[in-house]
Design a protein around this ligand. Sequence first.
Ligand code: GLY
Length: 375
Amino acid sequence: MAQRLPILYQKKPCYDIVFSHDFDGLCEELSELEFGGQKGITDRRICIVTDSNVEKLYGEQVKGLLAAQCKKAVLFAFPAGEASKNLDTVKSLYTFLIEEQFDRKDILVALGGGVVGDLTGFTSATYLRGIDFIQIPTTLLAQVDSSIGGKTGVDFDRYKNMVGAFYMPRLVYMNLSVLKSLDDRQYYSGMAEVMKYGLLRDANFYEWLIENMYEICERDAEILEEMVLRSCTNKKIIVEKDPTEKGDRALLNLGHTIGHAIEKAKNFEMLHGECVALGCVAAAYISWKKQLLSMDEYYEIRDMFVPFNLPISVEGIDPEEIVTLTKSDKKMAAGQIRFILLKKVGKATINTTVTEEEMLAAVKEIYFSEDDKKE
Ligand code: GLY
């Protein structure tokens, strides 16, 4: 029996997260929802949006399931990777939808990781001023974070997620068995977002992650289910309280200010979660230097990323450039940078006093240079 976590928006039931172990229950879930004033999908066209990697794995399977129940199922796949997360891909998708005569009652299905989910959500928010969409996240990162909470968008020039909208899916359907087929790098990248929940608001969960480290790395099915469910519950609590990031939702950006800058500087060769792990280490370092954390706490937090195969240092960057990149984000946000620091494991805080010098020192702390190699 699939587990279910309802998400409220402005205190009203909005959509369910369904935790399953296959795709088989998808059509039944959709048949219970109303689209364009009518129950079910029998008279609806569905466009599955995916990337070139996920298409090969699950594209035909999901299309086959939906095609058997809906009016017409079509598939739109774009090249996998962050480089596709832009308005050009959105434009191609608009053109495809127009050619396929999609109207406001039809449905988009985001089948894939964070890039697919964010881009499909944004297209859904804007095509014909908004059509329904469903999230089927297929990476750990998308399951525990990006598919929940209605953040949609694409990158613009060098700016990550600069164009977007808050737009809620009608359903988030998770097939947890897909986590088994992720390559190690993708899997552990998602672990950074999982650990983030422990660090920022759930010390018990953080302890649980440490206690179950072996099973997590082995991808034990029961442990994975509990881990994803507890992560989603943490995200639910935050996004229900602050759906449009007026306040505490910003805590979810722990590790992201410096993380995003490294992601950009590295030309997206490192995965998002790898950069978030580095960003969390840098944030913990600043927290120590600002005497919010003790030195021991800093090193414990830093070292806990290692067993989950996440980096705690990075080479081939210019620390000054990283700080500049964080500033360009700040400038575009037209305000003081809202840096997320840690008071202890399980307690994050928004801080607006972090200086460029403090950021530079933190980036130098995680920077592994050619000289370090010689020592
Ligand atoms: N991924 C951060 C958020 O949903 O707010």
